[in-house]
Write a new protein. Structure first.
Length: 364
């Protein structure tokens, strides 16, 4: 009698069992996968904005013609335009509109068209540029004063006839009080190494200094004892005072109006010339209702004069030749410091040994 190989027999049984199981499972009805499709229904727009085109650019104070149409030529009964802090109602499909808030920059509006018992909204964005041809100025050098060439100047202003200066760079940022005529340091306060000092100004008997990326502002008394810190949004570049409002730049075309009591934002202004926005607004000074601003990088030897009520560039000061560019070149030596005191205008640059007093001369 032959002996059966039990190991081979067991292995064959396993293969046969596995084969039949596969057949059984394969024959079972498969569970259907239910695929949920997103609702593909799209709201079909019936109203077209013919004019103005979205993104159109207009000189400030323009009267803008709006023209709408129904795609199937159904009559439009009325139109509601919202923007500029209010709204207006117009009959028919075309109308003229002039903003009451005369400011340069982007203006977002909402248009609601009413027709056949229905309504539809459109959200066009319109850009306003300056309608002024800016006055051109050159300068007359009146006097020079000593200035610390180790100061990376970020803010410059007078308070009670003392010159105050904020300097930058992490690890060496300061706020100082100086004698104009001698350059002597009267008081100085260092800020923590983690902060990069930026613009500074005074309001009443407080001194404010902002920082670049930390979104932290410091308040001091006039002897530069720190008394408080504030938080704000965005980058800090330049800082000035306009009445009971602080004015701050962030290196773009935007100017922010801040409450000096808590640094909360009150408003925003966009700065434009006749064709485009003015980027890289840096150190600031306010004279009357005009903002004097250094322009970082390519326009470093120019100061723009901005109407704080509208955002229009109303003047350009050409300062070519004030700084000896054969000695002081590059973005680390740009003009960056504007101060006004007793009807005199003072300027300096980063890491520069002189402070300049100038008069403006209108170019004919």
């Amino acid at each position: 009698m032959k002996r059966v190989n039990t190991k081979a027999f067991s292995f064959m049984n396993l293969i046969i069992t596995f084969f039949f199981l596969c057949l059984i499972v394969g024959c079972l009805p498969k569970e259907k996968k239910i695929v949920k499709r997103k609702n593909s229904l799209r709201i079909r727009k019936e109203i077209n904005l013919i004019t103005p085109k979205i993104g159109s650019i207009f000189p400030l104070d323009s009267i803008i013609l709006f023209n709408l149409e129904h795609k199937k030529n159904h009559p439009i009964d009325s139109i509601k335009l919202e923007g500029d802090g209010g709204y207006k109602i117009f009959k028919g499909n075309h109308f003229e509109w002039q903003p009451e808030r005369h400011r340069t920059g982007d203006t977002q509006i909402s248009i609601t068209a009413y027709f056949r018992g229905k309504k539809e909204k459109i959200y066009p964005k319109i850009k306003f540029v300056s309608n002024l041809n800016p006055t051109r100025f050159t300068y007359e050098l009146i006097n020079t004063y000593p200035h610390n060439d180790k100061s990376y100047t970020q803010g410059l202003f007078f308070h009670n006839n003392y010159l105050y200066e904020s300097t930058g760079h992490r690890g060496s940022s300061t706020i100082g009080k100086y004698d104009l005529f001698t350059g002597e340091i009267i008081q100085v306060a260092n800020i923590e190494n983690k902060y990069f000092g930026e613009g500074a100004t005074s309001w009443k008997e407080k001194i404010f200094q902002i920082t670049w990326e930390s979104q932290i502002a410091f308040a001091y008394d006039t002897n530069l004892n720190r008394i408080r810190t504030f938080n704000y949004s965005g980058e800090g570049w330049g800082l000035a005072t306009w009445g009971d409002t602080l004015v701050m730049s962030d290196g773009s075309e935007n100017i922010y109006f801040l409450n000096p009591k808590d640094f909360s934002q009150i408003d925003r202004l966009q700065v434009y010339n006749q064709t485009s926005k003015i980027d890289f607004l840096n150190e600031l000074e306010v004279i009357g209702n005009d903002l004097y601003a250094n322009v970082y990088t390519t326009k470093s030897d120019e100061i723009v004069i901005v109407d704080l009520l509208t955002g229009r560039v109303k003047g350009i000061i050409d300062l070519m030749g004030l700084i000896d560019r054969s000695k002081y070149q590059g973005i680390d030596h740009v003009l960056n410091g504007i101060a006004f005191n007793q009807n005199k205008l003072f300027l300096t640059a980063k890491w520069h040994p002189k402070l300049y007093e100038i008069n403006l001369i209108k170019v004919q």
